[in-house]
Design a protein around this ligand. Sequence first.
Ligand SMILES: [Fe+2]
Ligand SMILES: [Fe+2]
Length: 259
Amino acid sequence: MPVLLFLGDIVGQETIDLIAWRLGKIRTKLGVDWVVVNAENSANGSGLSPAQFRKLRDSGVDGITLGDHALRKREISKILDNETTICRPANFPPGAPGKGWAEAKSPAGKPLRIATVLGRTFTKPVDCPFVALDKILQGPGDGPWLVDIHAEATGEKILMGHWLDGRVAAALGTHTHVVTADEGILPKGTAFQTDVGMSGPSKGVLGRKYESILPTVLTGVQHPYDLARGNIVLCGALVGINQDTCLAESISRVFIPLE
Ligand SMILES: [Fe+2]
Ligand SMILES: [Fe+2]
């Protein structure tokens, strides 16, 4: 049974460097066919640089999703337009660079289609994620689907999980950087988890240094939010997918301390 490893929001270059060093062994140990990561916080906490995209790809990451920080690094636009393994949120404005879905091929050539959408509760205004996904899921391509639900509100994510049930192999939440303990298979066969958590420095505040956030909160004067360092943990989900039905047979939480 093909197995998907999906890692939540990657924070910082330090995490990317450790993934590059360790992913081969993790793949073998977990028996993974596809590795997909949400890389929206890679570039010092916001966005993804072209060099980071290449490093993740060359390390064996098969597909990349992004989130509300997708376009923070302008220079990623060409990669979003030209590369087939990375997608930005499907419900961005129509003029946004890149595509709303991508294809992650396993090393053996098995296709997996991936998409991400942004929620609309407690976040900046975006197009309707349901309409955007409806269009994409009827589109071309082969293989099962992973939908990354990048949203703040738990209720909105759970609602979307049920709406996607039976249509995609996995509907997995990202963005809050905090793991939820509700992973499971929905009635029609979709693996769901409200949030798979963050892949990054685990002792900070959602990946940022506590001491660098506090002055802004206490004084109202904006200070730079530095990234936390060390204690890197990969958080994600491991999903077993039935190749005939393109639906899920298993899901488990993944928590891998890297240092
Ligand atoms: Fe986000
Ligand atoms: Fe994030």
